[in-house]
Design a protein around this ligand. Sequence first.
Ligand SMILES: Nc1ncnc2c1ncn2[C@@H]1O[C@H](COP(=O)(O)OP(=O)(O)OP(=O)(O)O)[C@@H](O)[C@H]1O
Length: 409
Amino acid sequence: MATLTVSGLNKTYGKKQALHDVDLDIADGEFFVMLGPSGAGKTTTLKSIAGLQEIDSGTVTIAGRDMTGVEPYRRNVGMAFESYALYPQRTVSENLASPLKSKRLGTFSAQDQKDRIDAVTTTLGINHLLSRLPRELSNGQRQRVALGRVLVRPADVYLLDEPLSHLDAKLRAAMRAELKRLGQMSNTTTVYVTHDYQEALSLGDRIGVLKEGRLVQVGTPADVWLRPVDSFVARALGQPEMNLLPARVDGGALVAGDGAVRIPLTGGDLAVRPGDDVRLGIRPGDVRATVDEEPADGRVTMAGRVELAERLGRQIELSVRVGDANLIVLSDGAHPFAEGDRVALSVATAKVHVFAGSAGNTAEAITDDTARLGAADGTAHRGPAHAPPAGRAASTTAPSTVPGVSNGR
Ligand SMILES: Nc1ncnc2c1ncn2[C@@H]1O[C@H](COP(=O)(O)OP(=O)(O)OP(=O)(O)O)[C@@H](O)[C@H]1O
């Protein structure tokens, strides 16, 4: 158990700057998830913490001890990287036992070894594989055994790089819940890397979102979901992605879709002026699609036409034309919308995120990320700063509107 602090971490590979001034302050026992697309610098951060590569500048402190110049094997970190090394001639059972036999990592009685291996094999669902050799395992099974080899021994910090990437969706979801439980039991400080937002929301006490080597937001799952600091973070979480509509402040309203979307400005602390270009961010799951929506307090309605309808299990994903804008909507499937149908959409103004405009402020320019200004009802301003939680319990207050957070908790 230990705190982990990273300060001013910079790393370049040749001319490529992979990390820019990364700061992390991870509490003792915290489960911290780093989320970002491919190439964002997630693995580079983990390797820097582990001491597996030279860094250009910055410090890594584990349990209050500066790790500069400390060899990786003396840092007391357990690491699982995406490609796994198992002893090919040893059974799963022998592979799991070997980290506990190394005297360098402490001495474990036979009973202690058995208990630890039992806990890990049960969590990872690999009890039935104990007598097999690695070549007799599927990739997903091999990945779980390799993860087991890391989790079986105590460490100050676990560093886990996409440890569930080879599992199918169902097993990943089951494993997320189990990992969460194991983490809570062992209470070991963990940095977990993923590009899967659901994994991040369901596992993380806090999430750090990386973009091109920079940490753009650090917060609880609720912070990053409900108050993304910019449109990059907003789009990094959620599938289908958040809709971003170019809009203008006009006549006391936020107007988009050639006038088809009008959200009255009701005051609050949304800092916009008439004539400002902004973007509205609306999550597909926050929109209600009905045949005939009645106006209601705190909600805006808009009329559209279904251009595409695709059933995804119970829900239907709709692509709806609203004026000259296009909105992706996840309907609950109660009404069997089909292409060409008229549809009434409504969304709570508190759920409409407002971002700054961009050059040209067109629908095509949305890859240009801009800062969040607040919500359309003037509440829920930008997310809080980076303070680490007092303990693991901090994120259990995440509201149930954050998808995935309720899983495994
Ligand atoms: N050994 C290396 N030599 C040169 N460039 C590298 C090296 N390792 C990483 N990079 C570059 O540094 C950047 C960050 O890479 P990193 O592997 O940390 O990203 P990542 O977020 O872990 O991506 P992924 O999800 O694809 O694993 C990328 O642009 C990558 O191409």
